[in-house]
Design a binder for this molecule. Structure first.
Ligand SMILES: Cc1cc2nc3c(=O)[nH]c(=O)nc-3n(C[C@H](O)[C@H](O)[C@H](O)COP(=O)(O)O)c2cc1C
Ligand code: SF4
Length: 464
């Protein structure tokens, strides 16, 4: 990788390990197929297409790759859920909705290295037996859609997509499907409904696990853009070779998108778990802004529970028990989960001491209240109530009781909704209240009127 030149000012940090982002901001690089082929592109497809499909799945399982879209579910295991006696068509969907606030990696892959994604997708389709694949692209990525359309046509012209891929007898069509711009279209079953031309109401799981009952009720593999790119590298390195990167159960590399109150926000690809939160924020991202200190961090996209930068965590059991400060946390799925949050989509949102936590809370609540699809009552009503209460806190109208009510509403959402959006909206509230209760309470007053202006108007109507 040392011979690669990057654009001035865009050079990777020495702590980075660029694999998926190898070509991002590379000097002389363009997204054309010729550029990609000159760099050894599609060689892994040529290798994979001669393998048994099951052998590819086995390599992906051996690699330990975990999905980069949010849940961190093992990719090879997911592929193995396609029913063995299936007689229906199998579909593969690339999730390019990238709607989780704080996450901005998939767009760069599609903009600058579309053929890496296509190569990963074609290999994945061959492995799972899919002859039709879709790239579900969020509405806000118009340029990405144009780039990807061009890339597909370039690949078709080279017999990498279409009938009889590379003379193998394998047929594959890849279509772009533009979303209409909704966060819930990133949730895989909402995405599938949207792809079928319907309102994106998520489906209940079970029974609608996409690998068994997905698009048109046929087996469907939904994977994130970054996850699918990794498949190409797994073929190149072998599953075992790939698993040498990162740490146990948290293999490979991942792209962390750092935003907020750091000197150098941006995207950084690192070996999973090989870098700590402190190294990421202080060394790679240059530390806090002038005269500021780090206050809190949301480590995996806005749905992840907030962590205080001054807290410490006890993780593991027995001899493996250890105490970690916030800055000691290795950036891997399991440790971040053990610390009570999640690595999620890799969107690391940093908050310094200039920010009021009530503002963060209200910003998150506004997003979730706006984006709830409205299918289930606890989420539809709860997300709106949470926003109304945090509106009152930031507006200086809340009483201390409001904090308790807010917490109660959040806990009433958990586990009572069709999809994980419910928890995505309630977890941030629960975590912010549990970690910043004093700061929030300080913004309330017993003297405040207990009722919002809207509630007062409603009461007037009732009493008339
Ligand atoms: C509310 C919600 C929004 C989501 N948005 C995205 C998204 O924008 N992109 C994505 O890849 N996954 C998103 N996911 C996760 C997908 O449902 C699914 O787990 C993922 O695409 C699977 O790919 P992976 O296994 O490669 O991570 C979202 C999940 C939820 C609950
Ligand atoms: S949890 Fe929210 S987003 Fe998910 S189906 Fe229910 S209302 Fe829709």
């Amino acid at each position: 990788m040392s011979d690669i030149q990057y654009l001035p000012g865009k050079e990777p940090h020495p702590c980075e390990y660029r694999m998926i982002f190898k070509n991002i901001d590379r000097a002389g690089w363009d997204p054309s197929i010729d550029c990609y082929l000159n760099d050894g592109g599609y060689e892994q497809l040529k290798k994979a297409i001669k393998m048994e499909p099951q052998a590819i799945t086995n390599e992906v399982k051996a690699s330990g790759l975990r999905g980069r879209g949010g849940a961190g579910f093992p990719t090879g295991v997911k592929w193995g859920f396609i029913p063995p006696n299936n007689t229906k068509p199998v579909y593969l969907i690339c999730n390019c909705d990238e709607s989780e606030p704080g996450t901005f990696k998939d767009r760069y892959i599609v903009h600058q290295d579309p053929h890496q994604l296509l190569e990963g997708m074609i290999i994945s389709c061959f492995a799972v037996g899919a002859h039709t694949a879709y790239i579900y692209m969020r509405e806000e990525f118009p340029e990405a859609a144009t780039i990807m359309e061009k890339a597909i046509e370039e690949a078709r012209a080279k017999n990498l997509v279409g009938n009889d891929v590379l003379g193998s007898g394998f047929d594959l069509e890849i279509y772009i499907h533009r979303g209409a711009g909704a966060y819930i279209c990133g949730e895989e079953t909402g995405l599938i409904e949207s792809l079928e031309g319907k309102r994106p109401y998520p489906r209940i799981k079970p029974p609608y696990f996409p690998a068994a009952l997905g698009l048109y009720m046929a087996p469907t593999i939904v994977n994130n853009v970054e996850s699918l790119c990794h498949v190409k590298h797994i073929i190149e390195m072998g599953g075992g070779g790939y698993a040498q990167l990162g740490v146990a159960r948290n293999t490979g590399t991942r792209i962390l998108c750092v935003s907020g109150d750091v000197q150098k926000p941006g995207y950084y690809e690192v070996e999973v778990g090989k870098i700590t939160m402190g190294e990421l924020l202080n060394d790679v991202c240059g530390g806090p802004k002038e005269g500021r200190t780090f206050k809190a961090c949301i480590p995996g996209g806005s749905s992840a529970k907030i962590l205080r930068c001054d807290e410490s965590f006890t993780i593991g059991q027995g001899d493996a028990e250890q105490s970690l400060s916030f800055f000691d946390i290795p950036m891997d799925f399991d440790t971040i989960a053990a610390c009570g949050s999640m690595a999620g989509s890799g969107g690391v949102i940093v908050i310094d001491d200039s920010r009021k936590i009530s503002w963060i809370l209200n910003n998150l609540n506004s997003f979730y209240a706006h984006e709830s699809c409205g299918q289930c009552t606890p989420c539809r009503e709860g997300s709106m109530w949470m926003k109304k209460i945090s509106d009152r806190i930031v507006g200086g109208h809340a009483t201390p009781d409001d904090i308790q009510t807010l917490e109660d509403v959040a806990y009433q959402i958990d586990g009572r909704t069709v999809c994980a959006f419910g928890e995505a909206s309630s977890w941030p509230v629960e975590a912010i209240i549990s970690k910043f209760r004093d700061e929030l309470t300080a913004e309330t007053s017993e003297d405040n009127d207990d009722l919002s202006e809207e509630a007062k108007i409603q009461l007037q109507f009732i009493s008339q």
